[in-house]
Ligand binder design. Structure first.
Ligand code: NAD
Length: 321
């Protein structure tokens, strides 16, 4: 395993980070015992960074992760979130200070620990900017002072909003998803300079573009426009013709991006842990990578709308358009 420093924090993260949303059945039913084996195998393989949220499986992922990490807590950096709780877009978010504090207590119980290493405001584009900056983050900072959490961060999809909020309130980390992988590399332009400048830890989530860059293809709920899906399918097909696998190409591409301390890949299966870890430190096949990027080029960096309209990135398109 290779480890990288997470910004200015004293935390060191494995370049492959464990994304626990599949443990909450977000990509279809996941077998609980297989999930436990995947988590334990990950720790054995040197993965030390685990990301979860009360939202994933509506608390199920936290329960399962807490269970699987029994006896291993000291070996891992545990990141969870506040602010997003349910699938209903109207009622599923609560970024109030009161809820932040209560949420952390609940997460500590489910994760069977007395401290969260990294607490992140989850998908801030669904909240009001003013509330996130003046209420949510200050409440999280108070929990940091109180020692309930060690570091605080923000997560979301629109990069310009993440940058704006990180400029307005000092955070330790920023997590964005689907913004540095074969389909989209805009994180590099929009977030990385600020992160470098301020010593903010960058977390790159969804290197497989939420399963689009696999032979199985994206889940039904995937927000990307059709033309993006078609390009990914064509790239996957080319890889098969070449006796390669699109997921391997995608993982190598993301892992090679040094500004990101860790690349979070969602896993609930031991074989995925094994496969993804095996790719650490291996070079991509430059010729195949070039051909894949050529196929993707016409739809590269196509971003979709997410959250409140005022928080969209410039040029973002309707979901599944
Ligand atoms: P991903 O791109 O990591 O894809 C995950 C899917 O790919 C799962 O279905 C998994 O079974 C499959 N997979 C994993 N390795 C594979 C392999 N080698 N071959 C074939 N299939 C493989 O997307 P993700 O899970 O959404 O993102 C990773 C993690 O990042 C999440 O679990 C979550 O922890 C975090 N995340 C956070 C946010 C946020 O905070 N807003 C958003 C997205 C993701």
């Amino acid at each position: 395993m290779i480890y990288r420093q997470l910004g200015k924090t004293e935390l060191t993260a494995s370049v492959v980070g464990y994304g626990a949303s599949p443990l909450g059945n977000e990509f279809g039913p996941a077998d609980a015992e297989e999930g436990t084996r995947a988590v334990r195998r990950a720790v054995d393989e040197g993965i030390n960074f685990f990301d979860v949220s009360p939202y994933y499986g509506r608390t199920l992922a936290e329960e399962r992760l807490g269970d699987a990490l029994e006896g291993l807590r000291d070996k891992v950096v545990l990141a969870t979130k506040v602010g997003r709780y349910d699938t209903d877009m109207a009622t599923g978010f609560d970024f109030s200070a009161q809820r932040v504090t209560r949420s952390v207590e609940e997460s500590l119980q489910r994760l069977r620990t007395d401290r969260i290493d990294l607490l992140q405001a989850h998908d801030i584009e669904f909240g009001g900017r003013e509330q996130i900056i003046h209420e949510t983050l200050p409440a999280m900072a108070r929990l940091k002072e109180a020692g309930k959490v060690r570091f605080i961060g923000i997560t979301g999809y629109p990069l310009h909003l993440l940058r704006l909020v990180a400029k307005a309130f000092e955070v330790d980390t920023i997590l964005s998803y689907c913004r540095y992988n074969l389909m989209d590399t805009s994180m590099d332009e929009v977030l990385t300079p600020l992160a470098k400048d301020r010593g903010i830890g960058l977390i790159n989530a969804s290197p497989l573009h939420m399963r689009m860059l696999t032979d199985k293809g994206p889940p039904e709920w995937h927000p990307a426009p059709q033309r993006v899906r078609r390009a990914a399918e064509a790239a996957a097909s080319l890889c098969r013709e070449r006796g390669a696998n699109i997921a391997d190409v995608a993982m190598r591409f993301a892992l090679a991006y040094e500004p990101a301390a860790t690349t979070l890949v969602g896993m609930s299966k031991e074989r995925h842990v094994e496969r993804n870890v095996r790719l650490v430190g291996t070079a991509p096949d430059a010729e195949l990578l070039g051909e894949v990027l050529e196929i993707i080029k016409p739809v590269a960096n196509v971003a979709w709308r997410s959250g409140r309209p005022e928080n969209d990135d410039p040029g973002a398109v309707e979901q599944q358009s």
